[in-house]
Ligand binder design. Sequence first.
Ligand code: ADP
Ligand code: MG
Length: 390
Amino acid sequence: MKLDTRAIRYLTGDDWRVLTAVEQGSKNHEVVPTPLIQQIAGLRGGSAVHKCISSLAKVGLIAKVKNARYDGYRLTYGGLDYLALNAHRKSNVVFSLGNQIGVGKESDIYITASPDGRQQVLKLHRLGRISFRTVKANRDYLRKRSTGSWMYLSRLAAQKEHAFMRVLYREGFSVPEPLAWSRHTVVMEFIDSFPLRMIDSIPDPGKLYAELMDMIVQLAHRGLIHGDFNEFNILIKEETAGDKVTLKPVLIDFPQTVSTNHANAQYYFDRDVACIKRYFERRFKYVSDEPGPLFADALKGADLERRLDVEVEASGFSKKMGKDLERFIEATGGDQTEANAQSNEGQVAGGEAEEEEDDDDDDAAGEDEEELGQELQEGDSLVDELHDLS
Ligand code: ADP
Ligand code: MG
């Protein structure tokens, strides 16, 4: 789904208020009744609210839903995108939006710029974009689960990704610096690089191989397994020191990260290792003389005092959140399926998941809350830049 920001400049303060009200109402209502929108928005006079509702619906930020019991509105992905972008803009994280650089199975990646002109990456999580549509089993599974909504899950993915990147970056792991998260989005440092997948040959494959295996082991020492450690999620950056160029791997994409205490930890660890082994053999004709690394050995070096899995859980990404997300990832085959995802891309229809359900318990803690009554001012803006760049 394309992030279409054309309408963002025309939204008034009241429009933002009403959009925020629909978002808040959808925490408890699958379809937010119009009187509730009015009540949360706190606008005087029904006609003002109706005017906002109709302009938001016209540009597709909310959608009318006729229900057996009552009529109301639901937030669309577009509406959620606008709310997240506006939050990043207001906290001075994002100043302008540039080109889309990636369409993953369940995310869209854009270049953005900070107010001081630094390039950044905006990752919009779109869980359910494919899976809700194409796989009947998933739909049935999701229908039964109140926490199965795309909005809730996409927010969880963003929150989890940000939480893990924050601690990994702080601890000196080679990951992009995370800058902010809001709703289903993460803003992070832009890595000027190519995914390993796009690199045909490297001068010293043994060296890179050893570094990647070391990364897997170091992660395990701190209680973590990436879970999708493959050629798409390893970015290769060229670093020049004097006349020497070195290749530095940078790891991305953390929604499926698991703890080394996970029931299937060994399986995930071995799979990450096997994935690199297989890729180096195929692409670079490189086979290491050394076996492993083995999960049992990696655990021996574990730093039990400074477990990052424990820290992230304590910091607000709870066990329950982790479980909700994990159930979805497992049910939709989130297992190193990026290569499949590429071939599935043709199936990615624009627009919303057909089956949308909202739940009554998706209050992702720690998110920036109140956005009421904030509007984009002319010249303030994301917006002119948006137009220049699009
Ligand atoms: P997905 O979950 O859809 O796989 P990823 O986080 O793996 O999303 O990002 C998809 C692609 O976007 C990557 O393969 C890479 O090309 C690009 N990308 C993601 N994050 C960055 C970043 N911080 N800097 C540069 N490119 C990035
Ligand atoms: Mg990826």
